[in-house]
Each structure stands twice: as C-alpha cells, then as structure tokens.
Write a protein that binds this ligand. Structure first.
Ligand code: ASP
Length: 335
C-alpha cells in the first residue's frame, strides 16, 4: 500500500534533468534555450516511483546550474533544514540540479545540512526530450536511495548513472557522457542497481552534516572567494586583481602537488601578508596538496585532496566562522 511507503521530499532547481530541447536529437542547444519542465511533469513520466515512496515535490527555482552559486546554496540548505525540522515524517530528500555545478552544491550541502536522513542530489546528462535520456531513471533511482534507511548518516550523496557518490568527492569528469560523475579517485559508495536494490560498499569518514561547525541559518550572503588558475608563464595579474578586489579569500589551482609560477607565488604571498587566506590547490585532477616548511612560513593553507572548486566552497564556509589560519587549515584536514 502506498500509504505505508516512506515519504520523500523532492526539491527541484532546473538543469538538464528538466531541460526542453527542440527535437529528440538535441543534446546541445537546450541549455541556451533555457526552458524547463516542472517537477510534477518529471514525476508524471515515472509513475513507477509510487511503488517506492510517497512524494511531496516542489520547484524551488528553475534554472541551469551555471546560474547557481552562493545565494542558491544558502536558500537550498535552509529549505532542506526547515523541511527536516518541521516535517518529521519526511524520510529522505532529493534535489534535482544541473550537472554543471552539481558537485559544488553537493559539497556545500554535505557541510551545511543538519540531518542524518538521506539527502540525494541528482541530475541528467541528456534532457528528458532526447533519445536515450537519463533523466527519468536518475530521478527514480535518486528517490530509491533517499527512501533507503541504509543511506542515512552518509552525508549528502549524488545518484546518477546508477552510482552513489559522496558529495565531498564527486566531480563532473566528462562533457557529454552519462558516466561523467567520478569519485576523484577514491571509489564510489555503492549502486542503485538494476535489480532495484540499493547496495553500499563503503561510507565517507570525513566530517559532514551534523558534525561540522557550519550553521548558515542566519547567513544571507557568503564571503567572496575567487579561484586563480595556474598555467605556464602565468604572472601575478589575476592574483593581483583578486587582491585589489579585497575578496574574502583566494584558492590557487596550481601544478601537481602544489607548485605555482614564481610570480603567482610572490603575488599570493603578498595577499597573505595583507591578511587574505590563500588556499593552495592543484589543477591535477586527483591527489593531495601537502604542506612544506616554506609554504608554512609563507602563511599558505593547503587543500588536502579537494579539487579547487570544492576547496573554494570550504573556504567560503570556513570564513563564516573564523579567519584564523590554523583553524581553517584544520578544517581542510577534517572535512
Ligand atoms: N546546463 C546544464 C546545467 O548545469 C547542464 C546539465 O544540467 O547537465 O544546468
């Protein structure tokens, strides 16, 4: 009986999972056209979902995720926290989202949502109007995971292409393939598999959700943090632009294990001297950036193994609670 099924809340934000293309072979024009179906229209395509859960769905916003950033992260986190506070019957929650910034939203919510119940983000690489769309199955499997008691306590998860990933580690690794979401080398957590089962093989151990220091319920704006990318021959121009802008902090996406063109280091060290937290990250797609005596002396912070865009999310949140370098560094080792 449907009345005995768990209640799953869905919060829709737009993205390809709701995208509308001009024909069934359109995989590239629809983001620029910007039309989206509603979450009720998405759900009407998958009546089978009622065998899994009772659904309460709402459209929070309807945008491509290239237009999602700090204000939308705050509003999503607060909407999710309010749901769990005021509606104890909700067993789990799904967010539908564009794939462009899905990984950043996932990490932001992983650090700010205050619940042990399952929170799952999903999206699609092919809009529902296209041949071979992954929108319907991804939404159904996300609901399946959100309704699954074993998904509790894992922080924010992503479910696409039948794979369950940790919101901290997942990254978009391919421009068009449906298997684009990868676990930054660490392995994904499990499957929403073809037999209808949700199966986990591992769990995140870094602190998340209820174990973080972050409470954004009073925040209406996040500190500005910019990322500066390194390339052969880069000078201090972009770092100095960030310095001149008096941003709250800066992330450097450098080479390998944490090296940067000399002029970039010089300008960034000057920013640190002026009091700006600067986090060292890498444009390599996996692995740690580690502390050295020189970096310590220069006052830099290292990102551990976070990708630059994730290191930025953590710095934005860290700055809501402290500007102390050692405390911020510790967060990169714990979160
Ligand atoms: N432009 C889309 C977005 O991020 C891409 C997608 O959803 O896959 O919203």
């Amino acid at each position: 009986m449907n009345a005995n099924k768990p209640l799953v809340k869905i919060i829709a934000t737009g993205g390809s999972i709701a995208g509308v293309g001009p024909n069934r072979l359109d995989y590239i024009l629809y983001p620029e056209l910007g039309e989206h179906i509603t979450i009720d229209q998405s759900l009407a395509r998958i009546p089978e979902v009622s065998d899994i859960a009772r659904i309460d769905a709402e459209d929070l916003i309807s945008v491509g995720s290239t237009a999602i950033g700090g204000p939308e992260w705050l509003s999503l986190a607060n909407r999710i926290n309010r749901t769990f506070r005021e509606e104890p019957e909700v067993a789990g929650l799904v967010v539908t989202h564009g794939t462009a910034t899905l990984e950043e939203t996932a990490y932001f919510l992983h650090l700010t949502v205050k619940t042990d119940k399952p929170v799952v983000i999903t999206g699609a690489m092919r809009p529902p109007t296209s041949l071979g769309t992954d929108a319907d199955l991804n939404l159904l499997e996300a609901v399946r995971v959100a309704a699954c008691p074993e998904a509790a306590g894992m922080g924010v998860l992503t479910v696409l292409n039948s794979e369950i990933h940790c919101g901290r580690d997942v990254t978009k690794a391919n421009t068009f393939r449906v298997e684009t979401f990868r676990p930054n080398e660490l392995g994904f957590l499990g499957y929403a598999d073809s037999d209808g089962k949700v199966v986990f093989y591992r769990a995140p151990i870094r602190k998340h959700t209820t174990a973080t220091l972050f409470n954004v319920s009073e925040s209406s704006v996040l500190p500005r943090v910019d990322i500066v990318y390194s390339y052969g021959g880069a000078d201090g121009l972009l770092v100095n632009a960030v310095r001149a802008n008096a941003s709250g902090g800066m992330v450097l996406a450098g080479f390998g294990g944490g090296t940067y063109p000399p002029a970039v280091v010089e300008a960034a060290a000057a920013a640190v001297g002026e009091g700006m937290p600067v986090v060292l990250a890498s444009r390599a797609t996996a692995g740690r950036v580690v502390m050295t005596p020189k970096k310590e002396e220069q006052g830099f912070i290292v990102c551990d193994n976070l990708l630059p865009q994730k290191a930025r999310v953590l710095l934005m949140l860290a700055l809501t609670v402290t500007s102390n370098r050692e405390e911020i560094q510790q967060m990169y080792y714990e979160y």
